[in-house]
Design a protein around this ligand. Structure first.
Ligand code: CUA
Length: 158
């Protein structure tokens, strides 16, 4: 005859199986159906030779398609002002010359960490109604003047 404890054990086994299947199910949903993934094709760079490997600046490689190379260092972003005309696709290539920084364009979904020794390459499709001035901040504490580390993104439409 089954005791009360034994029945409780079956209940807990069922709870654990349910949790595992729901976690794995969510993982499968996120990766297979939604296509989420961890960063691939990691690009490394040598901090000491940074200037040879990344030249900060903006390049329009096709109409509306921009490649923006940015270097972060305590406590500024270079370039400090990024102006894009009718951008459809923006590829940010961002690296750090010293410590970990966080690159965030306030009010958008652009938000990633920047590590010395790596070039973070992020593709952004700005919403077609996004225009005007937008603040770029550093959102990883990177030292005494962290709060002064900001830049400006200007989107011109027309
Ligand atoms: Cu860079 Cu905070």
């Amino acid at each position: 005859m089954e005791g009360k404890e034994e029945r409780l054990e079956y209940v807990w086994i069922a709870v654990i199986i349910l949790m595992l299947t729901s976690f794995l199910g969510l993982l499968g949903y996120a990766t297979i159906i939604k296509g989420y993934s961890t960063p691939e094709d990691v690009v490394t760079c040598e901090v000491k030779k940074l200037d040879e490997q990344i030249t900060p600046g903006i390049e329009e490689v096709a109409p509306g398609v921009y490649v923006v190379n940015i270097t972060g260092r305590q406590w500024s972003w270079t370039p400090n002002e990024i102006t894009l005309e009718n951008p459809k696709k923006v590829i940010f290539r961002v690296t750090s010359a010293d410590v970990v920084h966080g690159f965030q364009i306030v009010g958008t979904n652009v938000n990633f960490m920047v590590f010395p020794g790596y070039i973070a390459e992020i593709t952004w499709y700005p919403p077609s109604d996004l225009e005007g001035e937008h603040l770029i901040v550093c959102n990883e504490y990177c030292g005494i003047a962290h709060q002064d580390m900001w830049a400006k993104l200007v989107i011109e439409r027309g």
